[in-house]
Design a protein around this ligand. Structure first.
Ligand code: NDP
Ligand code: HSE
Length: 441
């Protein structure tokens, strides 16, 4: 058989240790599929002395010098599962420029500065694969960057963060508030000790940038993505959604559009939204991920599976390792980044959305007209209005009433201005819930 393909593994934590385990357990099959055995040349970590249980690997392979490992002549492929922007960017640029292909799960780096990595890959004639960076085990980036390259993608809507999906699913199932559901997620190991990246939507925004870049052949960074997390979602919001036959999900939405001059644009956003229970994403519960792709010729496609965890993520990493190892043996590399379309990324204010708004108002003649007038002034068309007793109390005329208004599609800025003006009206006691509505609810 051909001489081994040698890997530098950067990181041996949750994902890296499962990469090592799978490389060991499947070594014969992997060698047969690639046409050469895979060998670990070294493993860079922060603490060489850390207890790594019964990891099937020679302890002498560990080093605290990732850059030195990357530069070694006997390294063919660099697998990065450390995370973060620096020093990971420096290691990967060094590898790629030297013609060593890179497999990485580092969504933060790709979303912040994927351009530098792609440029380095082009310069060195190397592969840059990152299937594990979005939605863990789910084969999604390869379909976007290969299988669907003959088609035109119009919209990508996804649940790409398992932690927040677990929390929202728990709120929906039990009526719990955000804090209580987060506590459960932490106890069960779904949420990290510092859950900020997940619950504030940073993790999903990074993934949204990567998906949008691939779907629309345009460089989109995390800074281009409008981001809202789920910390403000209340039990009352969830109850309102249920009353409408909907559920609330943290969605990443990347959609093609056009500006006033008719030039094609793209909008990319992450925020909680109500979706009807009939939408394919509504049934995605627990910590699962799913991505719904709408393409011109293919129609609607749904990708579903585990978006996190050591073994599922390692599965995606190893799939990439096999692909780049085969390319290396064949003396080829994959097509470079496709960013030719270079579409303008629209600000959130121009994104077309719908709103569901609950208001506690004074219950007297003329209130509905005043409220409707605010919508009309901002050119937001109302789709439905429902009035009930405030706070869900017994029906009948009281001092206050609850108004639940769902709008037609309008620019997000017009909807936000409508809500701002409603909050300032004397007849509006409080705006109890504002949620975007997606998916035809
Ligand atoms: P962990 O924190 O579990 O592991 C990180 C590893 O990197 C550890 O082995 C650590 O060493 C090592 N490390 C940290 N800093 C350095 C450094 N400066 N030099 C050398 N080694 C270093 O992270 P995960 O395995 O969870 O995540 C890795 C990557 O995979 C991230 O980019 C993450 O976003 C991504 N990812 C993770 C998923 C998951 O479910 N965990 C899912 C999808 C993607 P030591 O062992 O000594 O501490
Ligand atoms: N923290 C992420 C999630 C997993 O909850 O989905 C890594 O992408």
């Amino acid at each position: 058989m051909t001489s081994p393909v040698r890997l530098a593994l950067l990181g041996c934590g949750t994902v890296g240790s499962d990469v090592v385990r799978l490389l060991h357990e499947q070594s014969a099959d992997l060698a047969a599929r690639i046409g050469a055995p895979l060998e670990i040349a070294g493993i860079a970590v922060r603490r060489v002395g850390r207890d790594r249980g019964d990891l099937p690997v020679d302890p002498a392979l560990f080093t605290t010098d990732p850059l030195g490992l990357v530069k070694r002549d006997d390294v063919d492929i660099v697998v990065e599962v450390v995370g973060g922007i620096e020093p990971a960017r420096g290691w990967l640029v060094e590898a790629l420029r030297a013609g060593k292909s890179v497999v990485t799960a580092n969504k933060a780096l790709l979303a912040e500065d994927g351009a530098t990595l792609h440029d380095a890959a082009a310069e060195g004639g190397a592969d840059l694969y990152y299937e594990a960076s979005v939605a863990g085990a789910i084969p999604l980036l390869r379909p976007l960057r290969e299988s669907l390259h003959g088609d035109r993608i119009n919209r990508v809507t996804g649940i790409v963060n398992g932690t927040t999906n677990f929390i929202l699913s728990a709120m929906d199932a039990t009526g719990a508030g955000f804090a209580e559901a987060l506590e459960e997620a932490t106890e069960l190991g779904y949420a990290e000790a510092d859950p900020t990246a997940d619950v504030e939507g940073f993790d999903a925004a990074a993934k949204a940038a990567i998906l949008a870049s691939l779907a629309f052949h345009t460089r989109v960074t995390a800074a281009d993505v409008h981001r809202e997390g789920i910390t403000e979602v209340t039990a009352a919001d969830v109850a309102s959604a249920k009353a409408m036959g909907c559920t609330i999900k943290l969605l990443c939405i990347a959609a093609r559009g056009a500006d006033a001059a008719g030039h094609e644009t793209v909008s990319v956003r992450v925020h909680p939204a109500m979706i009807p229970l009939t939408h394919p994403l509504a049934g995605v519960g627990d910590a699962f991920n799913a991505v719904f792709v709408e393409a011109e010729a293919a129609g609607q496609l749904m990708f579903y599976g585990r978006g996190a965890g050591g073994a599922p993520t390692a599965s995606a990493v190893l799939g990439d390792v096999v692909a780049v190892a085969r390319n290396r043996l064949a003396g080829v590399h994959a097509a470079s980044e496709s960013a030719y379309a270079d579409l303008l990324v629209r600000p959130m204010g121009e994104a077309l959305t719908r709103y569901h708004i609950s208001l506690d108002v004074t219950d007297r003649p003329g209130v509905l007209e005043a409220v409707a007038g605010v919508f009309a002034r901002h050119e937001v068309s109302i789709a439905t209005v429902r009035q009930g007793p405030a706070g869900g109390g017994p029906a009948g005329r009281g001092e206050d009433a609850e108004l639940v208004i769902v709008t037609h599609v309008a620019p997000d800025a017009a909807l936000a201005a409508t809500v701002r003006e409603l909050r300032g009206l004397a007849i509006v006691r409080s705006v109890t819930s504002v949620l975007r509505v997606e998916g035809g609810a």
